[in-house]
Design a protein. Structure first.
Length: 182
C-alpha cells in the first residue's frame, strides 16, 4: 500500500536528520555520500550562489523537496528556485519546504549507492515535472550529462567534461567544470 502524503510528512518531521524521499508512494532514505560527492554538491552550490541575484533566486543543497503529484517527493542534491515562488508557512518548522513548480536548474551527483536509482527514477520524474535544466554529475568519471527542456517540451541531452558551461535556463550563470570536477 502506498504511503500517504500525510504519513510521509509525519515521518520527515519526526526524523529531521534523515533525508527521506517518497517515490510513487514508497518511502526511501537517501544514503550517506562520499566526500567527493559532498564536495561537488557544495562547490556547485557555491558557484551558483556567487553568480545569482539573491533577490531573484535561492540555491538549495540537499535540503528542499520537489513534488510530483502527491506520491513523489525528491530531494535534489542541488537546485535553484526562483525567489518569487511562494514558500508556504516559511517560519513554521512543521511545514516542509516543497516546490511543485518546475525549477530552472537542478543537479544530482552520481554515487555508487544511488546512481542507478537517479537514472531510472529521479531523472524521468524531473522531466515529467518540466524542470528546465537537469544535470547528472559523475565526480569520478569527471563528466556531466545535461538535459535541457526545449520549447516543445522535449529534452536535448548534452555531455560535458571540462571548461565553462553556460546554463541554458540561467544564461547569466557559467559553471567552471574544471574547478567543480578537480
Amino acid at each position: 500500500m502506498p504511503l500517504s502524503e500525510r504519513t510521509y510528512t509525519a515521518v520527515v518531521l519526526e526524523d529531521p536528520e534523515g533525508r527521506w524521499e517518497l517515490h510513487q508512494g514508497k518511502l526511501l532514505e537517501k544514503p550517506l555520500m562520499s566526500s567527493a560527492h559532498s564536495d561537488v554538491m557544495m562547490d556547485l552550490g557555491v558557484q551558483l550562489a556567487n553568480q545569482l541575484d539573491r533577490s531573484r533566486f535561492r540555491v538549495r543543497v540537499n535540503s528542499s523537496r520537489l513534488r510530483r503529484l502527491d506520491v513523489t517527493y525528491f530531494i535534489p542534491d542541488v537546485m535553484v528556485v526562483p525567489a518569487d515562488i511562494p514558500i508556504r508557512d516559511r517560519n513554521d518548522p512543521s511545514v516542509l519546504e516543497v516546490f511543485d513548480e518546475p525549477v530552472p536548474f537542478l543537479a544530482e551527483v552520481w554515487s555508487p549507492s544511488t546512481g542507478q536509482y537517479d537514472i531510472e527514477s529521479k531523472l524521468p520524474e524531473y522531466r515529467s515535472r518540466g524542470d528546465l535544466e537537469i544535470w547528472r554529475i559523475h565526480p569520478f568519471d569527471r563528466t556531466v550529462n545535461a538535459w535541457r527542456r526545449q520549447i516543445d517540451g522535449s529534452y536535448v541531452e548534452l555531455n560535458f567534461d571540462s571548461g565553462l558551461v553556460q546554463l541554458a535556463a540561467l544564461p547569466e550563470v557559467w559553471i567552471d567544470l574544471d574547478l567543480l570536477l578537480a
